[in-house]
Design a protein around this ligand. Structure first.
Ligand SMILES: [Zn+2]
Length: 858
């Protein structure tokens, strides 16, 4: 380690083997008392032991060894470096020692470390939960520790809590003792496996839980605040499936001794993969199956499968340092798709993953993108890794590799990797080496071009020197017109899958493009050619006009994901100024008969983008007449075909499509008939949540909000506060950002900082108002005016996510203003993300200038 890195890393001369931690949280005064015995190995005589501690009061420490020696060190807190140093006068002998520490800390309200979460019970009484969120480096706020992922150790936790409360930690309970005189009980948990500090968890509060379900010998429960148990069944189904799916896939049994999935009312992330005690925000775990939309159910399934995938990949085999966080997350995202796809094949999870891939493309085409992996010295730098490039691009690239090598070959590599690195730590390259070893292909070289280089290629496809030949050429895809030419020269190792119709045959080709260009020869001139066959490649495709026309003439021969990619790549070319908007409009009109939900998702997203950039309304209108006519001309035939009621035998994705089409017609489409019907259905929905299709309900709320007045605003606000499940709560909350009256939107924004909305949701509420064209100026003013409050109030990780709303502020004036603001108010973390949002905004403004006149010709 170089000296600079060393300043961020603890010395390796003293290593923890086991922690015995005893904690007593005080849920009234929001503090906790702690005591720990750390069994350490001292490799060489030392005069100082340094470990991590933050916001802890440490008032006693001593060392003992088996020979009976006792040493009382001097305690030196070092808050700046988040450490405590124990200074010892005479060098401490090498060997094993016990380090005993007494400390005190705060149950904070910042949703990190050991923190408190608040909710009201059925009778309206305020209740407190004490819970933890340690990743990346907040275990040090709960107990002094070697808070780096490769200091793996065994944890034995004891919690002292009020008699009436439930306490949960990573392992099973081994014993419970009443401390009657104090009205308390002491709960002892069994030893954990050897694991990293960021995976330790303690949760204390009033909870209910499902009956224990035994899955391949492991007890599984869903745990939630009282009254919410009826919402736990769906999660239990996917949890049991995932556990058994991964037991088989990884060829290695689940490493914990039980698995609890716990819903926490205040939670900064989606969920956290604490071994055996996974914590979730409520919307990601609890759901009413009867009234939830497909998207809401899919989210729960995804997150549950994702966290359980981590139990092996992340928890059992762990990255050595935070630069490896991307692989941890990308891999869990990839595995979540596999598990959900196996659970409900008719959800076509790999096809709907197209939208996730698209969101990664949207960032990765910016000049301000970053390589998937980058060097991380200070752990804070790793915060920037929790983004779409880690999760979605990372998972896309893994899927591309898996499809190129073959699913079984890929899996054998994973099994080898886990068997080599279980209970220990490793580097990204160890995974490629394991796959390479098992499948005998140059995986490391291939993956390095995707992991350490930023961006992705655009593959241009044209007829080659002879008419039987097609020529493929790669260059990096960038949105910005003033792109650096040198950047475009980047070469990737691109797994290319091709399907072509040649004479009467369908021909498949697979190749690895490592050079700038290559040619594929067929026996005759192909009728049509699909590049990125199957749709799993992380690259964009641009066909010559002739080849594009042949595909447009044969749209039905494309798989839905291939049509999705065709639309999405065309739209990206429009934003990059490579293709005129009119070309996209023409393609959209060809897709009126489209039945695939994903293709519609990208069409509808493009319509909304056009509105933000070009849709200046005529006086008194919601959007310009031209835009609403265009929306109706494309979406209306499909909506009429589907009707309002789900048909017998229809799949769930079609239910979802119905809701999407109604939503876009009732908003941007300005469709009077749809609006009237939506209002009618809402009257029924109000009294009986099961009276309309669950996939229609979110669209109804959006339409009613967009056309609603103050009276309706107050009704929706009340519904938000009294919602009976987390999904409904979210729907009504975000509908408050969809009203059009500036005064109502101002009220919505105020609620984000006045305590009416949980800080876990408030940043996203502000972002939603920024995406509303009627709230554009006032939401930006709100962010600027309240910046200090926002920084103080909202969870750290959410600030840059809120700022994503900047990309929707499409005007030259706002572009200048946002740029100036972030120069003066550079966020401590996530500057890269802010630069990305600003660049997206600039791309939109450039599109606005280029295509301003096109709207009239839609
Ligand atoms: Zn994860």
């Amino acid at each position: 380690m170089d000296p600079e890195t060393l300043s961020y890393r603890l010395p390796r001369t003293v290593v923890p083997d086991k922690y015995e931690i005893r904690l007593e949280p005080d849920l009234i005064n929001f503090t906790f008392d702690g005591e720990e015995v750390v069994h350490i190995t001292v490799a060489e005589p030392v005069r100082q032991i340094s470990l991590n501690a933050l916001d802890l009061e440490i008032f006693e420490a001593f060392l003992t060894n088996s020979k009976g020696a006792t040493v009382k060190p001097e305690i030196n807190l070092d808050p700046e470096n988040e450490r405590v140093h124990f200074a010892i006068k005479a060098p401490l002998e090498a060997g094993t020692w016990k380090l005993q520490i007494k400390f005190k800390g705060l149950l904070n309200d910042k949703l990190h470390g050991f923190y408190r979460s608040t909710y009201k019970d059925a009778r309206g009484a305020k209740k407190i939960i004490a819970t933890t969120q340690f990743e990346a480096t907040d275990a040090r706020r709960a107990f002094p520790c070697w808070d780096e992922p490769d200091f793996k150790a065994v944890f034995r936790v004891t919690l002292i809590v009020d008699e009436g409360l439930t306490a949960i930690s990573n392992a099973q309970v081994w014993g419970e003792k009443l401390l009657s005189e104090r009205g308390k009980k002491e709960i002892g948990f069994k030893d954990t496996i050897k694991m990293s500090t960021y995976l330790v968890a303690f949760i204390v509060g009033e909870f209910e839980y499902t009956d224990v379900q035994i899955v391949d010998g492991t007890p599984v429960r869903i745990v939630c605040p009282p009254g919410k148990l009826p919402l736990a069944k769906f999660a239990q189904g996917i949890a049991a499936h995932s556990l058994s799916f991964f037991n088989t896939y990884y060829g290695l049994k689940y490493p914990g001794d039980k698995l609890d999935l716990i819903a926490i009312p205040d939670f900064a992330f989606g969920a956290m993969e604490n071994l055996g005690a996974v914590t979730f925000r409520e919307t990601a775990l609890l759901v009413d199956e009867k009234t939830a939309s497909h998207a809401e159910l899919e989210r729960v399934a995804d997150v549950v499968a994702h966290e359980i995938a981590h139990m092996w990949f992340g928890d059992l085999a762990t990255m050595s340092w935070w630069n490896g966080i991307w692989l941890n997350e990308a891999f869990a995202t990839f595995m979540e798709m596999l598990a959900v796809d196996a659970w409900k094949p008719h959800w076509k999870r790999w096809e709907t993953f197209g939208m996730s891939r698209a969101s990664a493309f949207a960032v990765d085409g910016l000049k301000n993108t970053r390589p998937i992996e980058f060097p991380v010295r200070h752990p804070g730098e790793a915060q920037a890794m929790f983004d779409v490039l880690t999760y979605e691009k990372g998972a896309s690239v893994l899927r591309m590799l898996e499809q190129y090598l073959g699913a079984e070959q890929f899996r054998r590599g994973i099994i080898l990797y886990l068997s080599k690195h279980k209970y220990s730590n490793c580097e990204t390259t160890d995974l490629w080496d394991a796959i390479e070893e098992s499948c005998k292909q140059p995986v490391r070289q291939l993956m390095d071009s995707w992991i350490y280089q930023e961006g992705h290629p655009l593959i241009t496809v044209a007829t080659g020197a002879s008419k039987n030949e097609i020529k493929l050429e790669q260059r990096r895809f960038l949105y910005a017109a003033d792109s650096d030419k040198a950047a475009e020269e980047t070469l990737f190792q691109v797994p290319i899958m091709v399907r072509a119709k040649v004479a009467d045959d369908i021909i498949y080709k697979k190749l690895l493009l490592t050079e700038r260009s290559t040619a594929i020869e067929f026996d005759a001139k192909p009728d049509w050619v699909v590049v990125n066959e199957g749709g799993h490649g992380f690259y964009r495709v641009s066909y010559s006009p002739e080849l594009l026309q042949s595909l447009k003439n044969n749209l039905n021969t494309l798989a839905p994901i291939e049509r999705f990619n065709l639309v999405n790549d065309t739209w990206a070319a429009v934003l990059a100024g490579l293709t005129p908007l009119s070309e996209f409009v023409q393609l959209a009109k060809l897709l009126r008969e489209e039945t695939d939900k994903n293709v519609w998702t990208v069409l509808i997203a493009a319509m909304q983008y056009i509105e933000r950039a070009l849709g200046q309304p005529d006086a008194g209108k919601r959007v310009s007449d031209q835009l609403s006519e265009f929306v109706r001309s494309v979406a209306s035939p499909a909506q009429k075909r589907l009707g309002w009621e789900p048909q017998a035998g229809e799949d769930e994705l079609t239910h979802q499509l119905r809701g999407m089409l109604v939503g876009i017609l009732g908003t941007l489409g300005d469709d009077a008939e749809v609006r009237t019907k939506a209002a009618e259905l809402y009257e029924k929905y109000k009294n009986d949540r099961t009276s309309v299709s669950p996939d229609l309900a979110p669209a109804l709320l959006t339409i009613l909000a967009q056309t609603g007045d103050e009276r309706r605003f107050n009704v929706f606000l009340k519904e938000f506060k009294e919602a009976s499940n987390p999904q409904e709560e979210d729907r009504y909350l975000y509908s408050l950002a969809a009203f059009r009256d500036p005064q109502l939107l101002t009220k919505t924004l105020e609620k984000a900082i006045n305590g009416e909305v949980r800080t876990q949701s408030a940043p996203y509420l502000v972002r939603a108002v920024m995406h509303n064209t009627a709230g554009r100026d006032l939401s930006w003013k709100f962010v600027k005016d309240n910046w200090a409050t926002i920084l103080k109030l909202f969870p750290n990780n959410s600030i840059t996510r809120m700022c994503e709303g900047v990309s929707a502020l499409v005007s030259e004036e706002l572009l200048n203003d946002t740029g100036d603001f972030f120069i003066k108010n550079e966020p401590k973390q996530g500057k890269k993300l802010i630069d990305q949002h600003l660049e997206k905004q600039a791309v939109a403004v450039a599109f606005q200038k280029r295509e301003a006149a096109t709207l009239k010709t839609l």
